[in-house]
Design a protein around this ligand. Structure first.
Ligand SMILES: NC(=O)c1ccc[n+]([C@@H]2O[C@H](COP(=O)([O-])OP(=O)(O)OC[C@H]3O[C@@H](n4cnc5c(N)ncnc54)[C@H](O)[C@@H]3O)[C@@H](O)[C@H]2O)c1
Length: 252
């Protein structure tokens, strides 16, 4: 993939899949404007990209605050003149996994604020900039939990389903403006979020592998490959879609 001269925003890229994508897009020639709440991690990633000869900019950003996201997208446009792509990957797992009626209300609000309202703010500000730039592509992070369900995951599952709905409606709203909007639904990928789950829940990794026809968990590069394809002109007739990247996990 070659993204020479293209500008991408990635809110929430200070670890895991977002960080992987920031490094990969920069290595493929894109100018990467990425956000996150952790300043030191953001600066370290910027330095890593610069050391590899890439171009990036870290802007402190909490996606649950509309003004923060507006500032991040605004910085991409003021620095590089336009916006071509966005990858909305920030998310939390909603730690309070418990039976539906016992689900902690504060945890519900926090998870929805970040995963769903945060995604709405990201799409809103990116769409304004993409329209002014004459078109582009957005990839939204859903999950296999957005197509299926996991017990005890009320807020996470609800937010990941809703992201697919927002992706579809926005794809219709902007199809005539040359803006493609798609979602990805990864299965289990070993990132910091998943490592935390594996540490907290005994046998979680073994349980996940038991449902993985391909016989292993996914890698961060495999998810980023799908994101890059959806952002590229190779996917020029793909919009409003949700692509599972799950090794057939959903089929079991
Ligand atoms: N790891 C998996 O197996 C898997 C599978 C499917 C979907 N996902 C999704 O992928 C995304 C990334 O998860 P990950 O596995 O890389 O975990 P992670 O914890 O490493 O990454 C989550 C990222 O979101 C950022 N973030 C959280 N709240 C934020 C906020 N308010 N403002 C800005 N940034 C914020 C974090 O800083 C972090 O960079 C999440 O949306 C997650 O639901 C992960």
């Amino acid at each position: 993939m070659n993204f020479d001269g293209k500008v991408i925003v990635i809110p929430g890229a200070t670890s895991g899949l977002g960080k992987n994508a920031a490094l990969r897009f920069a290595a493929a020639g894109a100018r990467v404007v990425f956000g996150g709440r952790r300043e030191s991690e953001g600066v370290a990633i910027m330095e890593e990209i610069a050391a590899q000869g890439g171009s990036s900019l870290f802007v402190r950003c909490d996606v649950s605050l509309s003004a923060d996201v507006a500032a991040l997208v605004g910085r991409a446009v003021s620095e590089y003149g336009h916006l071509d792509m966005a990858y909305n990957v920030a998310g939390v797992s909603g730690d309070a996994f418990s039976q539906f009626a016992d689900y902690d209300e504060a945890q519900w609000q926090q998870t929805i604020n970040i995963n769903l309202t945060g995604m709405f703010y990201c799409m809103k500000h990116e769409l304004i900039a993409l329209k002014e730039s004459g078109g582009g592509a957005i990839v939204n992070m859903s999950s296999v939990a957005g197509l299926g369900a996991t017990p005890g995951g009320a807020a996470y599952v609800a937010s990941k389903h809703a992201i697919i709905g927002m992706t579809k409606t926005a794809a219709l709203d902007y199809a005539a403006d040359g803006i493609r909007i798609n979602a990805i639904a990864p299965g289990v990928v070993k990132t910091e979020m998943m490592e935390r789950g594996i540490t907290e829940i005994p046998d979680l990794e073994a349980q996940m592998l038991a449902h993985q026809p391909i016989g292993r968990l996914g890698t961060m590069d495999e998810v980023t490959n799908a994101v890059m394809w959806l952002c590229s002109d190779a996917a020029s007739f793909v919009t409003g879609a949700t692509l599972p990247v799950d090794g057939a996990y959903l089929l079991t």
